[in-house]
Design a protein around this ligand. Sequence first.
Ligand SMILES: [Zn+2]
Length: 208
Amino acid sequence: METICRCGWCNLSNPLYVAYHDREWGVPQHDDEKLFELLILESFQAGLSWETILNKREAFRAAFDGFDPKKVAAYGEEKAAALLENQAIVRNRRKIAAAVQNAKVFLEIREEWGSFSRYIWRFTDGTVVRETGKASSPLSDRVSADLKKRGMTFVGTTIVYAYLQAIGVIDSHDPECFLHREDGTAGEPEPAAEDAGRPVPAGFPGTG
Ligand SMILES: [Zn+2]
């Protein structure tokens, strides 16, 4: 019999949830398409369970053109109205508008930084923060403030904290979980090769 211990929140009766916990959550993510997908999903989660979002993930993917930020940024009123009629996703006018707006800001950040990955990982100098039992932190406060300043919405500090956990900037696997790691063990992200030597844009908070 399998006796793997997982984080307490992981609903073992939902295979989607187990797969998400085991293979995605907390794994350092550097792929911009995935970083955008998770940003959109986390912003839609506000006020709902993550399981609800996971169950609708493929419907979201179909509705949002495979989470292509360029396509989402170009959505007009007609597309927004169609999304509002789509019963397979979360039908919330403000969240749909936020997805379009956040896609535009995402592209601006990518333009400025070369990749969104480079931008988001710079907040921790490319390292993983390991901590459990929190819903926000000074780090998520800083990231949230910067994203808001750039024009994103539905990126409050608790949403951002959950996002940072999802993309592996923060690793929050419970001490009992088989994926729990101590500081200094495997799992540190490798900086992307193309980032080497690129100058850091001026005015970025918290870097030296
Ligand atoms: Zn875990």
